[in-house]
Design a protein around this ligand. Structure first.
Ligand SMILES: Cc1cc2nc3c(=O)[nH]c(=O)nc-3n(C[C@H](O)[C@H](O)[C@H](O)COP(=O)(O)OP(=O)(O)OC[C@H]3O[C@@H](n4cnc5c(N)ncnc54)[C@H](O)[C@@H]3O)c2cc1C
Length: 291
């Protein structure tokens, strides 16, 4: 299979890339190519211009400043997985990434590409939704921020305009001692998950849960935060009954269905995997363990 003909552009700066994407008709941005290249080869997308972001070194970085972590859009998934800074400050991302495709796809795939491709089952958008991340977008009229909760506009469609580029994503890491887990069910290792769960737990006073964040992949067009489950846990002792009660609130989620699984099965997985993710997060040192 071969891609359709297109004109290739390889800008060296963000400004050049924005100028190209805002002036060319029917242009597509290329990051790691792990989703776009198959779509080109299968002729699902037929761009006249391909704008390659890979020469823009300013878009590839992981940094912490003023307590906030920022990751450039073209940072490879493998670099995020192996980052010492993120291993210390946000182990959730590493746990999520280990379930994204294969080492070969993570060597090329980027965080920005995963967010913009926005597969409903993708792990990174769910982890970033649990972290309440902010997406930083640049366009011809300057920069703007999009909260992760507003980033999915529609099925596989991010809330960025055709002449904008995702530049970075940032979040406040949870305090030291928090627990995290990413648990999913996929039919084969390396496949997209049917349902995945990102969980974060911060210990509160007297062995209670101070704060919880739970985000599901694979139940809606974008990540779904389980506010009811989070509220059930906050301020409670995290015993097995409390975890079960929190997980059971996911049975009320309006889950999508497709050729891979009906919505009833996705709801079943949401309950079961949320329970497993919470147990795994609590089992981490410092996070407390279920009684
Ligand atoms: C065998 C295989 C298994 C996989 N398994 C999984 C999996 O289990 N979980 C999972 O989440 N993913 C999986 N993927 C997809 C992989 O994670 C991709 O890396 C990701 O979906 C896209 O990232 P990319 O950098 O390759 O983006 P590309 O493929 O280059 O681009 C994807 C889309 O995003 C747009 N885009 C890219 N960067 C930007 C930017 N900075 N600003 C605006 N638009 C941008 C592109 O125009 C395109 O529309 C798999 C892929 C393969 C080949």
């Amino acid at each position: 299979m071969k891609p359709p003909p297109f004109r290739y552009h390889d800008p060296g700066t963000v400004d050049e890339a924005v100028a190209l994407v805002s002036s060319l008709d029917n242009a597509k941005l290329l990051a790691g190519g792990q989703s776009l290249m198959p779509m080109l080869n299968m002729r699902y997308v037929l761009p006249d211009h391909l704008i390659d972001l890979n020469r823009i070194t300013d878009l590839s970085y992981i940094e912490e400043s003023g307590g906030r972590v920022t990751i450039g859009a073209v940072t490879r998934q493998r670099d995020i997985e192996r980052s010492d800074l993120l291993r210390r400050r946000c182990p959730l991302l590493r746990k999520a990434l280990r379930q994204v495709g294969h080492p070969q796809t993570r060597n090329r795939g980027t965080i920005g590409g995963s967010l913009c491709h926005l597969d409903p089952s993708a792990e990174l958008p769910a982890a970033l939704a649990a972290l309440d991340a902010t997406v930083h977008v640049v366009g011809p009229n300057g920069a703007r921020d999009v909260p992760m909760a507003d980033f999915p506009a529609f099925y596989m469609t991010p809330a960025i305009e055709h002449d904008e580029i995702l530049g970075a994503v940032s979040f406040d890491p949870w305090p030291a001692g928090h627990g995290s887990a990413f648990v999913e069910f996929a039919r084969r290792p390396g496949d997209f998950a049917i349902v995945g769960v990102a969980a974060l737990l911060e210990p509160g006073p007297d062995g209670t849960v101070g704060r919880a964040a739970i985000a599901l992949a694979g139940v809606g067009p974008g990540p779904v935060r389980c506010a009811a489950a989070e509220e059930r846990l906050a301020g409670r002792a995290p015993d097995a009954d409390a975890i079960r009660a929190a997980a059971l609130t996911c049975a009320d989620i309006e889950a999508m269905e497709d050729i891979h699984a009906p919505s009833s099965y996705r709801r079943h997985l949401a309950v079961e995997l949320t329970s497993r993710a919470l147990h795994a997060a609590l089992a981490e040192p410092g996070a407390g363990s279920p009684k």
